[in-house]
Design a protein around this ligand. Structure first.
Ligand SMILES: O=C(O)c1ccccc1N[C@@H]1O[C@H](COP(=O)(O)O)[C@@H](O)[C@H]1O
Length: 214
């Protein structure tokens, strides 16, 4: 079985970028969303991304971004992928992919099987689907809240193309999540924090070790 890909998301310091890389993360993520406690601006992303070796994918997380916002991020030359974590339509996701020439991920907010089936519409329009828990109406954030969904909804589902699992993952549950879903990429943010927005280097290390043992 091939090694699972790991994305450590919501990084905002050089130390924690280093910890993620040393622990074996294949992807590091930077949240560019002002309402998030993990928000980093374009200059911070440029500096943090430069710490990672070239073979580590660098993902910018955005929520219903404008083209101007994406122009600024793309101009950093720091990102290899954009994670669309809002209500971007298939057409909008495809247009972003076409315009910016970066790999595009679409986060799919999941509560029921209907949400998973709806992801099929993005086949061919994006490079990866990321199944995440749906946050409650009126929640402060559309992700990064440590919420999980019913992973059995993904059992036996033929996802069209590359995909990943996120939402409420931690060292305590990630092996079960991998066993149930067979996800090829695991994405974590709050599960490796000591407080919202504060990454914990030990938690990053133990999380990655648990994933790599799956
Ligand atoms: O982390 C955030 O603050 C955030 C803000 C806006 C959109 C997405 C965000 N986080 C992403 O949500 C998933 C799940 O995170 P968690 O592990 O449940 O905390 C992940 O991709 C985060 O990068």
């Amino acid at each position: 079985m091939s090694r699972l890909a790991i994305k450590i998301c919501g990084l905002s310091t050089a130390d924690t970028v280093g910890a993620a890389v040393r622990a074996g993360a294949s992807h590091i993520g930077f949240v560019h969303f002002l309402k998030s406690p993990r928000h980093v601006d374009a200059d911070q992303i440029r500096a943090l991304a430069a710490i990672a070796p070239a073979d580590v994918e660098r993902v910018g997380v955005v929520v219903d971004p404008t083209d101007e916002m994406l122009d600024e991020l793309a101009a950093t030359g720091a990102l290899t992928a954009l994670q669309l974590h809002g209500k971007e339509s298939v057409q909008r996701a495809a247009a972003i992919r076409h315009r910016f020439g970066l790999s595009v991920w679409k986060a799919i907010s999941v509560k029921t099987r209907v949400d998973i089936d709806a992801a099929n519409a993005y086949a061919g329009a994006v490079d990866r689907l990321l199944f995440d828990a749906k946050t409650p109406d009126g929640a402060a954030l559309p992700g990064g809240m440590g919420l999980r969904f019913d992973w059995t909804l993904l059992r036996g589902v033929a996802v069209p193309g590359p995909w990943g699992l996120s939402g409420g993952l931690s060292v305590d549950n990630v092996a079960e999540a991998v066993r149930i879903t067979g996800a090829p990429l695991i994405d974590v943010s709050s599960g490796v924090e000591s407080a919202p927005g504060i990454k914990d280097m030990d938690k990053i290390a133990t999380f990655c070790k648990a994933v790599l043992q799956c």
